[in-house]
Design a protein around this ligand. Structure first.
Ligand SMILES: Nc1ncnc2c1ncn2[C@@H]1O[C@H](COP(=O)(O)OP(=O)(O)OP(=O)(O)O)[C@@H](O)[C@H]1O
Length: 517
């Protein structure tokens, strides 16, 4: 029966005659009078993995947040396993058997996995002590085949481990309907494959899984059906994946054909960034860096390809000054910045798009105008040390919102409320300023839809054509290949090879990624 479902592209249900696991009809939801969902619908069968795709801001997370009791809908109907139920809180949703794992995890970092579990269980649970929680977690983790160590402190866990804790947590709370909001955006390709195989297994064992994603290969490889959203509406409801191709999905998502991004049309000028012998010893979390040498020219994109966890984060931290190398030098425009503070590096023209835009890029709780002004306040551009010139901040923000096409946003809106694509545009608007000489862009289109990805890549292209140099570090090989003039491959903290784009072949990259050269 299991294979029948997959082979037929999920046309049927694994459990004929059973009501849908989750059914949403005519859902409306507005924020501050702005509609986020308009008559949206979604239906999930037991036993399937169902993809929801759509551009940034299409309403995917909002619709699932309504299902999971995070938001109350303004109108519409919801059933869970055939019963009319509109959870008024995540606790109520959990009690009804529905659990959601959000894009940004909701764990207390300084607590152990068991302590986090006790927090979620509430007073009515029979599990009351850390030892009982540890036993329950271990049993659930073993049952579903996800390795989780209950005794570890969350702050010491990798992103993939934290995600597994979140999944085991919602399953332990009784979820049979699991909603995963862009779970692979924070994972390496290998980790993503493991996770997706796991959710597929879980569905086949009788759960129902919703996968919000931007990646068509995940839809094609692991999902049974697909629902597409655009501007708060469902534009395709539950089509069998086998019946739809990538072009059709793209057209339905954006309602138009998309241009492709291109390499900047510039030729390399003077050396803007020179990194020599950069070395950092590995610590218990990190990979370390092993004598990195490279030069980056004005008007050039140097792409660094590689599987995540091979020293990319450490390289970015050393370049920005957030961590200190043990040996080696960093020169920008001829100036030695090896021991300079992040502030002085910025003054010298270094700009950063970090891989996690909310960790070291934007401040979630601040507004768009405040985030845009952050790097300028110390220079006195928006008032002196004792007051902020809010009027100028607002004017600057209005201009940035217009030129970077930050959709549906007013300057005073909190950045946490923006969709991923719009938040990334705020970061670009701040970083790609006139003083930029070197841009370090780490996975700049991670988690973004096709249109926002194109916007980001074109913004980088224009900046480089304007004379900036860009170090593009990305696990997305397509991104590296489509933008870079030269490509280097990072493996185990070292640069394993570097070639001009014309000489790059899939075999060469493959061999370096696998460490065979
Ligand atoms: N809590 C909130 N308050 C105000 N507006 C919100 C809130 N949550 C979402 N929105 C708005 O609702 C719209 C839909 O956002 P939503 O996050 O559901 O989109 P999405 O399809 O999940 O996008 P992404 O792929 O970027 O995560 C956006 O315009 C967003 O700014």
């Amino acid at each position: 029966m299991i294979d029948t479902l997959h082979q037929s592209g999920g046309r049927g249900t694994l459990f004929p005659g059973t009501p849908p696991a989750l059914d949403l009809k005519g859902i409306d939801k507005a924020f501050d009078g702005k509609p986020a969902l308009v008559d949206a619908s979604f239906s999930l069968e037991w036993g399937e993995v169902h993809a929801i795709v759509g551009e940034n801001g299409a309403g995917k997370s909002t619709l699932m947040n309504v299902a999971a009791g995070v938001y109350a809908a303004d109108g519409g109907e919801q059933t869970i396993d055939g019963e009319a139920r509109s959870p008024r809180s995540p606790m109520e949703a959990t009690a009804a058997g529905l659990g959601m794992v959000h894009q940004h995890f909701r764990l207390v970092q300084s607590f152990t996995v068991s302590q986090n579990m006790l927090l979620s269980l509430g007073r009515d649970s029979r599990i009351r002590t850390p030892a009982q929680a540890a036993a329950a977690i271990a049993a659930k983790a073993a049952e579903v085949g996800l390795p989780v160590d209950p005794a570890r402190v969350v702050a010491d866990l990798s992103t993939a481990e934290r995600q597994r804790v979140e999944i085991v947590r919602v399953l332990l709370l009784g979820a049979r309907i699991l909603i995963l909001d862009e779970p692979t955006a924070v994972l390496s390709e290998e980790e993503a494959k493991m996770l997706l195989s796991f959710v597929r297994r879980l569905a086949r064992q009788g759960h129902a899984v919703v996968l919000i994603t931007h990646k068509f290969r995940e839809v094609a490889g692991f999902c049974d059906r697909i629902t597409i959203m655009r501007h708060g509406k469902t534009v395709m409801a539950g089509a069998p994946v086998a019946d739809i191709d990538e072009g059709e999905v793209a057209r339905l998502m954006v309602g138009e054909a998309l241009a492709v991004s291109e390499r900047p049309l510039s030729s390399p000028g003077a050396v803007n960034l020179s990194v020599s012998g950069l070395t950092q010893k590995p610590d218990r979390f990190g990979q370390g860096l092993n004598a990195l040498n490279f030069e980056l020219h004005a008007g050039e994109v140097l792409g660094i390809a590689g599987v995540g966890g091979n020293g990319q984060e450490e390289l970015v931290a050393c370049l920005t000054g957030l961590s200190r190398q043990d040996q080696g030098s960093i020169r920008l425009g001829g100036r030695d910045l090896s021991r300079a503070s992040p502030y002085d590096r910025r003054k010298a023209g270094l700009r950063i798009i970090p891989s996690d835009r909310f960790e070291t890029g934007l401040v979630r709780e601040l507004s768009i105008e405040e985030n845009l002004a952050l790097t300028q306040v110390a220079k006195g551009n928006f008032g002196g040390p004792f007051f902020l010139d809010r009027k100028s901040m607002r004017h600057a923000a209005i201009a940035a919102i217009q030129s970077f096409d930050i959709r549906g946003a007013s300057p005073e809106r909190t950045v946490a409320l923006l969709s991923g694509g719009n938040a990334q545009k705020v970061l670009l608007a701040r970083e790609l300023d006139a003083g930029m000489k070197v841009l370090v862009a780490h996975s700049p289109s991670r988690g973004l839809d096709m249109k926002a990805t194109l916007f980001v890549r074109n913004a980088i292209k224009q900046a480089v054509e304007g004379g900036a140099a860009c170090l593009l570090i990305s696990e997305d090989l397509n991104e590296v290949l489509s933008l870079s003039h030269r490509v280097a491959v990072m493996n185990r903290g070292a640069i394993a090879g570097c070639r001009a784009i014309g000489d790059v072949t899939p075999e060469w990259i493959g061999a370096l990624l696998a460490g065979h050269v």
